[in-house]
Write a protein that binds this ligand. Sequence first.
Ligand code: COA
Length: 325
Amino acid sequence: MSTSVYSRIIGTGSYLPEFVLTNDELAKRVETSDEWIRDRTGIRQRHVAAEGQTTGDLAFEAATRALANADVDAREIDLLILGTTTPDIIFPSTACLLQHRLGANGCAAFDVNAACSGFIYALGVADKFIRSGAARTALVVGAETLTRMLDWNDRTTCVLFGDGAGAAVLRADSQAGVLSTHLHADGAHKELLYNPVGVSAGFKDEPNHGVRVMMAGNEVFKVAVKTLDAVVEETLAANQLDKSAIDWLIPHQANLRIISATAKRLAMPMERVIVTVDKHGNTSAASVPLALDHAVQSGKVKRGDLLLLEAFGGGFTWGSALVRY
Ligand code: COA
């Protein structure tokens, strides 16, 4: 008789850069206000990486904490996946840079670019490696310095994002941990959310080239709400679960109104929803692991709780993970 293998989250960690940028400070740079930003997004402040501090630096801090919390030595890692849209350099991947700094040399290491869904994608891939027997101990990281590619004169985008990193250590176990992951993408609407700078098709004549997130916020908002509703339903159906079974919703932290809409769909009171967007802003691929680690460290999420993680981002990409913590 064959025994099923699952991946379990055995430790989490996160890191936020020291510098905090408040809405009031932003209002000195662009025509906006604390009231507008709070009303429309729920964001009160965001952390911004120091000059010279890279995505890899943030990832290293978060990963070190996750490994310590999991009581795992870096040499035990046999798979390292890092979700990011803001890699340190084009190559080597930030995962390879992190692998070397951690001393986890030899294992497979690669980045996943799925924008704000990066951590959910990385988790989904790591889960498949572990379930197939190809890996036993995986380090999954979401890390970003999104503020590095913002146009600080564009009030429609610069108020939304922040920097940070979160990480989780997964280990093969006979007990169910990650129950299912659901990953999706639709490249049809790339003009609604993108950064045109690149290598092969980069817009070199673009006036702000190098530092520009382009977004049709209102359109993205509508698609995000609809898409997240669908993936939440898909996750419940795949596990034959009623929405009442979920203990905690740990959503991507882009906008409190998007988060509230998903919570409403699940008939979950906001007390069962992990919210960090007020303090972190949208940290893209780092947002879900940051929220997860904050929920764990604060004692809200306990062993045995059923967690629904979800994210939506540029691509469009979206996904979810149902996790018995
Ligand atoms: N401060 C003050 N006013 C602002 C502003 C700011 N920072 N940004 C935009 N505005 C103005 C707009 O210019 C517009 O003015 P107008 O009516 O005179 O044209 C007005 O506010 C309303 O803009 P709109 O874009 O319709 O607002 P909104 O309610 O959709 O909120 C977002 C804007 C960006 C907060 C919201 O659409 C959003 O969060 N979208 C999703 C973005 C997202 O999550 N992206 C990442 C996905 S991972």
